[in-house]
Design a protein around this ligand. Structure first.
Ligand SMILES: NC(=O)c1ccc[n+]([C@@H]2O[C@H](COP(=O)([O-])OP(=O)(O)OC[C@H]3O[C@@H](n4cnc5c(N)ncnc54)[C@H](O)[C@@H]3O)[C@@H](O)[C@H]2O)c1
Length: 540
């Protein structure tokens, strides 16, 4: 048995090799193992082969035409580990010429994919989902190193992504298997001489651009609906998160999707970003991120756009709320993954009469949050980059100068910022409106519910919001008055479960996500009309 084991410490240090070889060898189109044992020191032979495919020395290759390639640019983009602030990975800096080639092959691959039966498309997606779950360890480890996601949450992100892909395959065969049948005589002046058949057809090439904070989950939430609907897919991963995305794409490669159907191009936004989003070969853009999405929307051509952008999710707390429940949700909603979530609670609007009690309860819980490296599963880990930490600090300094009450001392070490609750924040402070994307949470005391709704609606964002009260009638009225894509009653904002519709209004986005909505968005309706020489009515 021992001769079947191989150990590659160099690769292991890159988070690539974490599986043990056993004798129940392998299945799958490209030699993918059917099962792995997470042994953390050795690896299956087939997995050695697979991983050597995606690495060139220290650098990760990009994926095009079913192959792992080095860019002809000869240049690499470094990925900085937010914890150590040192270069941890390197990815290819793809050129515009390489983007052109990817677009060409994506277009060709899509044509035959559209002719692949729906059940076969679903079957491949199920296969990719199960490989993704088997590969959770190396993908999760990249998430830890690239974006400082706590180790446990990193695994959860990958498993959730596998579930999303499977759910999407199932949902796709149901909703794409149905069309409509219309008859002409329902419209005034018409006899029943026309039968109209509608079906959903693919758009072509979908460009997917996810953000750094959920690079795997927010990539598959675009990839799976695009593929089940018969589109091809070009992925442009975020720089921080690119290696996790490449590992994830490798799972789709191993599942055996046709060549050119999925591509993953890495590189600098400044060199290939605009080139990709304005490329004539792109038929649809699904983007999740910040203000970059607004700029992309203005530059993109006449194609469907799915934009999920920033948020400033308000948490409105009424006098009758269960304050322990509110405090628990503020901690979960405001501080998990160090506040780097689009749906994080980003401003608390609490009735003055219960504000002292709530702030005290939240402070007690803040004191229990652990702060440190993601490898140790700390609650608060370094934010993604130095520039992000500097931005957050700018908001804190502004609040200090304008007289906010600091419930904790402001503390920062490199990219690590300790959790901070700012009480008595006023509307003239930047943090009342801007998205810190860090573990700093403002509390604004309000004297009426209307004041809270007004603050929520005065924001340029409208992603989610939440309201805490025991009075369901009031909750409904307040929820209806809040100009946000979703309102949560008695819980923190959240994107999942992934089949729920998810959308922002105003600067928070265009269109709606969630599995069903994304599949529909990545299709268009085609109709075929059968014209009869004489009217025909069924009698029975
Ligand atoms: N609404 C949502 O569903 C949702 C979910 C997660 C994150 N977000 C938002 O994302 C932001 C944080 O993520 P981020 O910092 O990665 O966002 P970002 O806007 O800086 O980057 C998002 C993506 O755009 C790419 N990009 C940058 N310049 C580009 C260009 N010119 N052309 C094409 N692509 C380009 C980046 O590489 C990245 O992949 C926050 O504002 C957060 O609220 C929103």
């Amino acid at each position: 048995m021992s001769q079947l084991f191989c150990s590659f410490h160099a690769l292991e240090s890159k988070g690539l090799l974490h599986f043990s070889l056993n004798q129940q060898q392998v299945g799958g189109n490209r030699g993918v193992p059917t099962s792995y044992m997470a042994n953390h020191s050795v690896l299956r032979i087939s997995s050695c082969k697979a991983n050597s495919e995606i690495l060139d020395g220290e650098a990760y290759k990009y994926y095009a035409d079913g192959e792992w390639k080095k860019s002809s640019s000869g240049k690499l983009v470094p990925i900085i580990n937010p914890t150590t602030r040192k270069v941890h990975y390197k990815v290819q800096a793809c050129t515009q010429e390489e983007v052109n080639k990817v677009m060409e092959t994506a277009k060709i691959a899509q044509k035959s994919w559209a002719k692949t039966p729906l059940w076969k498309r679903a079957e491949l997606l199920h296969k990719a989902a199960s490989i993704l779950k088997e590969y959770k360890t190396p993908i999760a480890e990249s998430l830890v190193k690239e974006i400082a996601k706590p180790a446990k949450d990193a695994v959860t992100e990958v498993v959730r992504s596998g579930d999303l892909v499977s759910y999407c395959a199932e949902e796709g065969v149901r909703i794409l298997g149905e069309g409509k049948f219309l008859v002409s005589d329902s419209f005034p002046g018409n006899d029943r001489t026309k039968y109209c058949l509608t079906s959903k057809i693919p758009l072509g090439v979908v460009l997917a651009i996810p953000p750094f904070n959920y690079p795997v989950n927010l990539a598959v939430s675009k990839i799976a609906p695009a593929l089940i609907a018969g589109n091809s897919l070009v992925l442009k991963p975020p720089t921080q998160g690119a290696v996790s995305c490449l590992h994830m794409v490798h799972c789709f490669h191993l599942a055996g999707f046709p060549k050119g159907l999925i591509s993953c191009v890495t590189g600098k936004g400044s060199e290939i970003g605009d080139f990709l989003t304005m490329h004539p070969g792109v038929s649809c853009i699904s983007f999740t991120g910040g203000d970059t999405g607004i700029a992309i929307s203005k530059k993109a051509g006449m194609i469907p756009l799915q934009m999920e952008l920033g948020g400033k999710d308000a948490c409105i707390v009424l006098e009758d709320a269960d304050l322990d429940l509110v405090a628990a949700n503020i901690i979960k909603g405001g501080f998990s993954y160090s506040g780097q979530r689009c749906t994080a609670v980003k401003v608390v609007l609490v009735m003055e009469s219960v504000a002292d009690a709530l702030v005290e309860k939240v402070n007690k819980r803040v004191a229990k949050l652990t702060v440190g490296p993601p490898e140790e599963n700390s609650d608060i880990t370094p934010v993604v980059s130095e520039s992000s930490a500097n931005f957050i600090e700018g908001l804190v300094v502004d609040a200090k100068q304008k007289g906010a009450t600091f419930c904790q001392e402001y503390k920062r070490d490199g990219n690590l910022i300790w959790p901070l609750l700012l009480d008595n924040v006023r509307p003239d402070m930047r943090i009342a409106w801007e998205e810190p994307f860090g573990p700093v949470l403002p509390v604004i005391r309000i004297t009426s519910v209307e004041e809270g709704i007004h603050h929520c609606n005065a924001s340029n964002f409208g992603l989610q919001g939440c309201v805490f009260t025991k009075d369901i009638n009031k909750a409904i009225l307040i929820g209806d008055a809040m100009e946000t894509g979703t309102v949560q009653i008695n819980s923190a904002p959240a994107r999942g479960p992934d089949h729920f519709p998810f959308q922002g209004i105003k600067d928070s986005g265009i269109g709606s996500q969630g599995i069903t909505n994304s599949i529909n968005m990545m299709t268009k309706i085609k109709t075929t009309v059968i014209n009869l020489p004489t009217p025909s009515y069924s009698m029975g």
